[in-house]
Ligand binder design. Structure first.
Ligand code: UD1
Length: 344
């Protein structure tokens, strides 16, 4: 069975993807510098699949170590590149950190691919490349809007670098996956989102508030041009998202791609407001989430949700989980973390 290199494989989306890859029989090698994840994630993966993936603590920015790693695992068939920094606010404060981490890592991998004869590359991109789209739901052909943060810019630049590199190397192909808002956790409760410090993203803040780790959730604005005034996003279960990666890899390995660079939106096609998320979370989990409305957050997009029909038709993939189930899984994960903390 094919061997897949997963960068950032102990991270949130990475770990869920490793599980799905192993479930269908792929051999996985994880590299991660553990800058925003924990080595214990490997235990969680092993508990779910019965297989402990190979792991190397390597920073993708370190070309020499990366080169050695490719020598050691010398028959990698595809790379899924998750490893990146992703906090929008931090990227505004430390732009060079973001350009270095996200761009140098990518260049290293693309440079090492031909040297080590790896032909297939999957890239984690984001719906952030669309900015505030003129037409909703947003399709892959919507124009790329000027980035609102260095983080967003790294995703746009990365996509361009991939296009140019694949164009120049006829043997290579890439699949760019533009994620909407991944939330939730594995149904086993063994892996989930583990934000460092105060969460930036909505769902970890919701679950941490519900469990009492945070006093109050701040809802960033209720004066947007949306039915209830709060922002709208397309929230997708992380396991659904993970499964799309497996299909993308299989499609490339089986030579079913139609272009050497393919781009897919990964979303549900349904937009939900911040207030709808809070209300549904409270209802399905029977728990209160204290919140208050505060000013808008700089750089937030008013509303965005995917037209996932290209991924549905071409990949034969759809996001299957309901938002209710997804929000239940997020809460179960937070409760598991609390129980584990008590035991320690
Ligand atoms: C953001 C980035 C996206 C990036 C992702 C990765 C923008 C516009 N988008 O997604 O490019 O890939 O992070 O981390 O910056 N919210 C609250 N209170 C909170 C947290 C969030 O009300 O404490 C609201 C936000 O205003 C937003 C929604 O919840 O409307 C989702 O926010 P978040 O989870 O941070 O994701 P995005 O901003 O969509």
């Amino acid at each position: 069975m094919a061997k897949i290199l997963v960068t950032g494989g102990t991270g949130y989306i990475g770990s869920h993807t490793v599980v799905e890859l192993q479930k269908v029989g792929f051999e996985v090698v994880i590299i991660d510098n553990l800058s925003n994840s924990n080595i214990d994630v490997l235990n969680g993966i092993e508990k779910i699949t019965g297989i402990r993936p190979a792991f190397e603590n390597i920073d993708c920015v370190d070309y020499v170590s990366m080169d050695r790693m490719f020598e050691k695992y010398n028959d990698i068939d595809a790379i899924i590149h998750f490893a990146a920094s992703k906090a929008v606010g931090e990227s505004v404060e430390k732009p060079l950190l973001y350009y270095r981490n996200n761009i140098v890592s990518l260049i290293n991998l693309l440079q090492l691919m031909p040297i080590h004869k790896v032909k297939n590359f999957v890239f984690s991109s984001s719906c952030t490349v669309y900015g505030q789209p003129d037409v909703l739901p947003v399709t892959e052909s919507a124009p790329i809007k000027p980035a609102l943060s260095p983080y967003g810019n790294t995703k746009q630049i990365s996509e361009e670098i991939i296009h140019d590199t694949i164009h120049a190397n006829p043997c290579y192909q890439s699949t760019i996956l533009r994620y909407f808002n991944p939330i939730g956790a594995h149904p086993s409760g063994e892996i989930g989102e583990l934000p460092n410090g105060v969460p930036n993203n909505l769902l970890p803040f919701v679950t941490q508030t519900a469990i009492g780790l945070r006093k109050q959730l701040q809802v960033y604005g209720n004066d947007y041009n949306t039915p209830d005034g709060s922002c709208i996003r397309d929230y997708i279960h992380v396991v659904d998202l993970a499964k799309a990666h497996v299909i993308a890899v299989q499609r490339m390995l089986n030579h079913h791609t139609k272009n050497r660079v393919e781009i897919f939106n990964l979303g549900t096609g349904r937009g939900l407001s911040v207030l709808e998320i809070i209300e549904t979370f409270e209802k399905v989990n029977g728990v209160k989430v204290p919140y208050r409305i505060v000013n808008r957050r700089e750089g937030d997009i008013e509303k965005v949700w995917a037209d996932p029909s290209f991924a549905n038709n071409e990949l034969g993939w759809t996001a299957k989980e309901t938002v209710e189930e997804t929000l239940r899984s997020a809460w179960a994960w937070e409760q598991n973390l609390a129980n584990k903390a008590k035991e320690e």
